[in-house]
Write a protein that binds this ligand. Structure first.
Ligand code: IMP
Ligand code: MG
Length: 170
């Protein structure tokens, strides 16, 4: 098994999630929020963030992929679209990590056609130095340098998603 080093430990993640939840509560006072999770990597982040928020949070999922191994392929494939209407709803896209920005710019365009009342983006991690497409990310957990990370939902060829911290492979 690969040697994994801890980049962000569990208690730092939890502290940051508390802060992000407060910020979202403040921005969405009295409103229901649709959390639109991008499968599969956003799952732990989505739940851990949602359970800290007092608003009613509705869960929806979409599945896309853009990655093979550690190399970003340019094509984005949608495997599962949302079933329920998000028209007129306040939607936050929940992502594990923003890397080149391709996935989210593709998804934002796709989702805008479904006419939500508002559409924002929350990501656990962001690698700003890797950005190819500029896009506005509303809530960012941690900005990290250009390292391939795993854990807390993030995988390397489907492995390591269940690590309770964010690590990088040596
Ligand atoms: P983007 O379209 O280049 O922004 O890529 C976003 C997707 O690539 C994320 O949803 C992840 O699934 C994957 N990804 C990017 N960087 C990493 C990483 O360091 N570890 C694991 N997955 C990553
Ligand atoms: Mg992903």
């Amino acid at each position: 098994m690969e040697n994994i080093n801890i980049l962000i430990n569990k208690s730092r993640i939890e502290k940051r999630l508390d802060e992000m939840a407060k910020e979202i509560e403040k921005d969405y006072e009295g409103k229901d929020i649709v959390f639109l999770g991008i499968l599969k990597g956003s799952m732990p982040f989505m739940w851990e963030l949602a359970k800290r928020i007092k608003n009613n949070v509705i869960f929806e999922f979409i599945e896309v992929s853009s990655y093979e191994g550690t190399e970003s392929t340019k094509k984005i494939t949608m495997h599962k679209d949302i079933k329920n209407s998000i028209q007129g709803k306040d939607v936050i896209i929940i992502e594990d990590i923003v890397d080149t920005g391709r996935t989210l710019s593709f998804l934002s365009e796709h989702l805008k056609e479904k006419k939500p009342n508002s559409l924002k983006i929350a990501t656990l991690l962001s690698k700003p130095s890797r950005r190819i497409i500029e896009l506005n990310v509303d809530y960012i957990g941690f900005k990290i340098e250009d390292k391939f990370v795993v854990g807390y939902g993030l995988d390397y060829n489907q492995d390591f998603r269940n690590l309770p911290y964010i690590g990088y492979i040596e």
